[in-house]
Write a protein that binds this ligand. Structure first.
Ligand code: SF4
Length: 501
């Protein structure tokens, strides 16, 4: 018997008569998102994804079949964006309304539209993937919020009357910006402390411009300033000002300092010149010197043989930055090779990043791990001794076994390296807890919080959220944590005696 497909919006009579029915929608072909071609993009640090045009966005939005509730994509999104309603607004060419729908649940939709691993979140839950490629939700989120930002500016939210309360936010990355926006809307005076010269934290200093334009973060920070938020940059809490001083000056403090410390690889030769931690390499490779603190001024070294160690998004950022530096600084025939200790399918890198890196000429070698870095008589790295590895399930009884990697005896080999970049993961920053011992941690720089109260640490009036609680994780989960912790701060402020008039 022929399947009868309801019109889109059949669950909501006000949406009847909109567009083709579900079945017809599955026949709309997926359009490739417009990108700079690889040879051209290696000559610049501009964003690879150049953005949908209006008509392309409308057609892509029409691919959404508006599943009967509960829509799986909403559940797949950590901040539960109302994706079907936003896509319907794009289909109706009301891009402003679509952007506002995303902004209702998300502080940084133009960022996450580009950087979320959509394939395991919203798009990973998209029903259309059973027919064709999933609806390109992230890039549509990015499209409409960018459209709004460039055509109308960030919308001004309704602000609560001044509460007379002051809140310090430490860190201006995703969690800090999310908390700052929520608290400013609630009528509190918010001051954000940032150790780097510009506000934006990870969004400016950790993400290369070919993935996220610096302008997106700076326009968000400018918007927060219009809401009354103040940014104090070049100020690291625990070094330039103590947490205790903030506790005295403010009614509450939110810690959103992320997990910024690169893991040490602990191998002989790790301190040779030319061996970089990922953060230093990315910061110096992607930002102009005059925007960096003294310790990071100047381009990183580059050469014909670049070795990157790691298998995540940060290693992809490093290899792609290295390729651009090679092309733009005299090593067009140079080689960038990423060595990963596990199998190809065990890498955590997003598929999009992996494909882009390969298009840009990066080579990947699997089941290979460094043993030592070998220098010349000037103390500069020249070679890396590697060994072959094999993956083995840690416990075969697990449904998805965690893999451990075992060195293969006698398999060592040596590769040339003009520079080495280590992208093997990040941990918390232990500085603040070392200066404030009453602030308990579960691991170095990872704060203990009360699971019953949003983000409450072991110090009264001090809240935390994002990577400094969960460990290194996604931007969207940091945004969600920043918002939740702000609600925790709000509840705490209500318990305090009324401020003096
Ligand atoms: Fe998808 Fe991330 Fe946007 Fe949520 S925030 S809709 S998961 S891209």
């Amino acid at each position: 018997m022929m399947q009868v497909y309801p019109k889109i919006g059949a669950e909501d009579p006000s949406l009847l008569e909109l567009g083709p029915d579900r079945y017809e929608r599955t026949n709309i072909p997926a359009g490739a998102p417009p990108e700079q071609p690889a040879p051209a993009r290696l000559g610049n640090f501009d964003m690879v994804f150049t953005g949908y045009g209006d008509e392309q966005a409308v057609v892509e939005a029409m691919r959404c079949i508006h599943c009967p509730s509960p829509e799986p994509c909403i559940l797949g999104c950590p901040v539960h964006n109302d994706i079907p309603s936003a896509l319907l607004a794009i289909e109706e060419k009301d891009f402003d309304k679509a952007a506002n729908i995303f902004r209702a649940t998300h502080t940084l939709p133009e960022v996450c539209g580009r950087l979320c691993p959509q394939e395991i979140l919203c798009e990973g839950s998209c029903t259309v993937a059973g027919f064709d490629r999933a609806v390109n939700i992230g890039k549509l989120e990015n499209f409409c919020t960018n459209w709004q930002r460039t055509n109308k500016g960030h919308p001004m939210p309704a602000l609560a009357p001044s509460s007379g309360r002051r809140v310090a936010v430490v860190g201006s990355g995703p969690a800090g910006l999310a908390a700052a926006e929520e608290l400013a809307r609630d009528g509190h005076q918010v001051v954000v402390y940032e150790e780097w010269p510009q506000p934006g934290g990870l969004l400016v200093y950790g993400i290369p411009g070919f993935k996220l334009s610096k302008e997106i973060a700076s326009s968000k920070c400018a918007h927060l300033e219009r809401l009354g938020v103040k940014f104090v940059c070049n100020t690291k809490v625990g070094r330039d000002i103590e947490l205790d001083a903030l506790r005295k000056e403010f009614d509450a403090v939110f810690l959103g300092i992320g997990a910024p410390i690169g893991h040490s690889i602990g191998l002989p030769g790790q301190d040779l010149k030319g061996v970089y931690q990922a953060t230093e390499f990315l910061v110096r490779g992607n930002l102009p010197s005059d925007e960096l603190p003294q310790a990071f001024k100047g381009l990183p070294e580059i050469g014909s043989h670049v070795v990157v160690i790691g298998g995540g998004d940060t290693s992809a950022d490093c290899v792609r930055t290295a390729r651009r530096l090679q092309i733009q600084h005299g090593f067009p025939e140079g080689q960038v090779t990423d060595y990963y200790r596990g199998a190809e399918q065990e890498m955590s890198v997003r598929e999009e990043e992996y494909v882009h890196a390969q298009e840009e000429g990066v080579k990947y070698e699997f089941h290979a791990s460094p043993v030592r870095f070998i220098g010349d008589d000037q103390g500069h790295v020249r070679f890396v001794e590697m060994q072959k590895m094999r993956s083995k399930p840690a416990d075969k009884r697990q449904r998805v076994p965690i893999k451990i990697r075992i060195p293969i005896p006698g398999s060592n080999f040596t590769v040339p390296a003009d520079i080495v970049v280590l992208a093997i993961g990040y941990g918390g920053d232990p500085l603040i807890p070392s200066r404030t011992p009453e602030l308990k941690t579960v691991k170095p720089g990872i704060f203990q919080v009360d699971s019953q109260v949003d983000g409450a640490t072991t110090l009264a009036g001090v809240y935390a959220g994002g990577d400094d609680v969960r460990g290194a994780d996604l931007i969207v989960t940091a945004v969600a944590a920043g918002r939740h912790a702000a609600w925790g701060v709000e509840s705490y402020l209500k318990t305090l005696a009324a401020p003096a008039a």
